[in-house]
Design a protein around this ligand. Structure first.
Ligand SMILES: *[C@@H]1O[C@H](CO)[C@@H](O)[C@H](O)[C@H]1NC(C)=O
Length: 225
């Protein structure tokens, strides 16, 4: 009996991946606590692609994707800088600024970021438009157990959130791969066609834990009458 109970408890505690197809996370409130933590068993990345779609009307800085490791809280961070109207990818110890995008409020935007440690090059794809390929950091992997957070920016491993950098809005279709996607694959993602789901984070089999007020809701379907 005690064994059965233990088994039930273990099953309840083990995060089982959930298929979030057609769903989105809604971050309805500005806080320094509400967030979603995404779990992967993988570590040691020599290359990365991260894609996500988001919708917001924030008029201030905010984090879109925050991956920290024990050695660096901005190991892989995608950040909107309102002052400069730029997207800042931080990767390893490096950072770059990409401007000139039409980051319109109240619109879904797809953002994919790729990086490869061999060349050290980063590239960002905003709604399918490629950025300049820039050098950011080469020669070493992203290593150590990653802590991946949506909705907040980590200033320490899994914490150190700043309300003024929190995300308010909706986010969906978050995927992460341990390789650089080809431009065709990125367009398939952006156009919501068939693509190989992330092998590090997969929206269709996502291990996640919500803290605070974040909702899983159906994606908004545009109604044509
Ligand atoms: C970097 O990561 C790749 C893929 O995980 C691995 O094969 C390689 O050994 C790593 N390189 C170093 C220097 O740790």
């Amino acid at each position: 009996m005690a064994f059965l109970l233990l088994m039930v408890m273990l099953t309840a505690c083990a995060a089982s991946p959930r298929d979030l197809s057609g769903k989105m996370f809604t971050f309805p409130q500005q806080t320094n606590t509400a967030h979603v933590r995404l779990t992967t068993s993988r570590q040691d990345f020599s290359a990365v692609t991260v894609c996500h779609r988001s919708f917001t009307d924030l008029k201030r800085d905010h984090a879109l994707f925050s991956l920290a490791t024990p050695s660096n809280q901005n190991e892989f961070l995608i950040f909107w800088s309102e002052t400069n109207k730029e997207i800042h990818p931080h990767i390893r110890q490096g950072k770059t600024e990409y401007g000139g995008w039409d980051y319109k409020p109240n619109t879904w935007h797809s953002i994919c970021t790729t990086w490869d440690s061999a060349s050290g090059l980063v590239q960002l794809w905003f709604d399918g438009q490629p950025s300049t390929r820039r050098f950011i950091s080469s020669g070493s992997n992203i290593t150590g157990s990653p802590v991946i957070v949506l909705g907040q920016e980590q200033d320490s491993l899994g914490g150190g959130f700043d309300i003024k950098q929190s995300f308010v809005g909706m986010m969906t279709d978050v995927h992460m791969w341990n390789y650089v996607l080809s431009s065709c694959e990125i367009h398939n993602y952006v156009d919501e066609l068939n693509f190989t789901p992330g092998n590090v984070l997969n929206w269709r089999a996502l291990d996640f834990k919500i803290t605070g007020k974040v909702l899983v809701e159906d994606q908004l379907i545009v109604c044509h009458s």
